[in-house]
Design a protein around this ligand. Structure first.
Ligand code: AMP
Length: 143
């Protein structure tokens, strides 16, 4: 199973904010959309960072209530690791485990195609395991 299979199921919608978006607004978007992160895009729609709920927790721990008035650029991670739609699920599981993050933007030939979360990976893995079990059962019954 590949990243492209996940995108076929969930689509390529990526929620994003600008570097100037306030932390309060980011929190609002994460909550309303029930997501764990947003990408930060500049005027040319280039990825300049990612803000996850973990960054908001860090900002709150460091700045208290003032954190809400900070801008996304002040709390985001700038070195965003991405994956390719051709990558296998195993590969991106390794990337997420090694990097200790749960979100991976999908970029192919410089184009942002979507965003895969650890939840999407677990779901894909479960489906794969279910298919394998069904195939084995069918094989045993046929034999
Ligand atoms: P997460 O586990 O995705 O909530 O993120 C944990 C930390 O890793 C946060 O500081 C995020 O900004 C950062 N992070 C999340 N996804 C990525 C990514 N694809 N590349 C680099 N950093 C990331």
């Amino acid at each position: 199973m590949f990243v492209s299979d996940i995108l076929t199921q969930k689509g390529g919608l990526v929620h994003s904010v600008t570097p100037e978006t306030s932390v309060a607004e980011v929190a609002q978007q994460l909550s309303t959309r029930r997501i764990g992160s947003v990408l930060v895009l500049d005027d040319e729609s280039s990825v300049v960072g990612i803000v996850s709920e973990r960054d908001l927790v860090r900002a709150l721990a460091s700045h208290g209530a003032q954190a809400l008035t900070l801008q996304a650029r002040q709390v985001m991670t700038r070195e965003v690791v991405t994956c390719d739609s051709d990558d296998s699920i195993d590969t991106i599981m390794e990337t997420m485990t090694r990097g200790r993050f749960r979100h991976l933007p999908v970029v192919r030939h410089g184009e942002l195609l979507g965003l895969v979360s650890i939840g999407d990976v677990v779901k894909a893995r479960l489906e794969e395991a279910r298919h394998e079990t069904e195939a084995l059962k069918a094989y045993i019954v046929a034999g």
